[in-house]
Design a protein. Structure first.
Length: 170
């Protein structure tokens, strides 16, 4: 089960279940896997409701960027404020069809070995046909993210100073 309820005493699992049922006006079920400092529920209407500790917040700008870059592979995410009298945040996401990354991450490889008699050994990229080609805008965004990560790594700036480092070209 989620460690959210072990790391804070402001809300209980029942509080979250009731809040989520009222929010989506329907029944909810805990997801079979739970994240770090969060509690995640699935509604019968296809929405995911997630309660997050202040120790593990989501950033709205990051969720918007993920949706912009990855399109249908990232969920539309909406912040619904804090639980009453607590610091636990509430997020609602539209469920995405397919198998979740956590379920497949341990089995995914970047290449598979295909031994073809008479043709030798070939390496084939997995998922290339599903991934498609990135647009110019997506390539620009990915490049900017890589540049920002490098600047942060080489300058040693933390989240507070990162904006100034980028602003002044450090």
């Amino acid at each position: 089960m989620s460690d959210l309820f072990e790391t804070q005493n402001e809300v209980t699992q029942d509080d979250c279940d009731t809040y989520a049922q009222n929010l989506v006006k329907g029944s909810v079920t805990p997801m079979p896997w739970q994240g770090f400092h969060s509690y995640t529920l699935l509604s019968n209407s296809g929405l995911i409701i997630q309660f997050r500790s202040k120790a593990s917040p989501l950033d709205s700008s990051t969720t918007k960027l993920a949706k912009q870059v990855h399109g249908h592979l990232a969920p539309a995410t909406t912040y619904h404020g804090l639980m009453p009298n607590s610091s636990v945040s509430v997020w609602v996401m539209i469920i995405i069809a397919g198998v979740g990354y956590l379920f497949t991450a341990s089995t995914i490889t970047t290449a598979k070995l295909d031994i073809n008699p008479g043709a030798g050994i070939e390496t084939e990229r997995i998922g290339q046909e599903q991934r498609g080609h990135r647009t110019r805008k997506e390539r620009r965004i990915y490049k900017e993210i890589r540049v920002r990560k490098k600047r942060r790594f080489y300058t040693g700036y933390g989240p507070q100073e990162r904006g100034e480092a980028i602003l002044y070209g450090l």
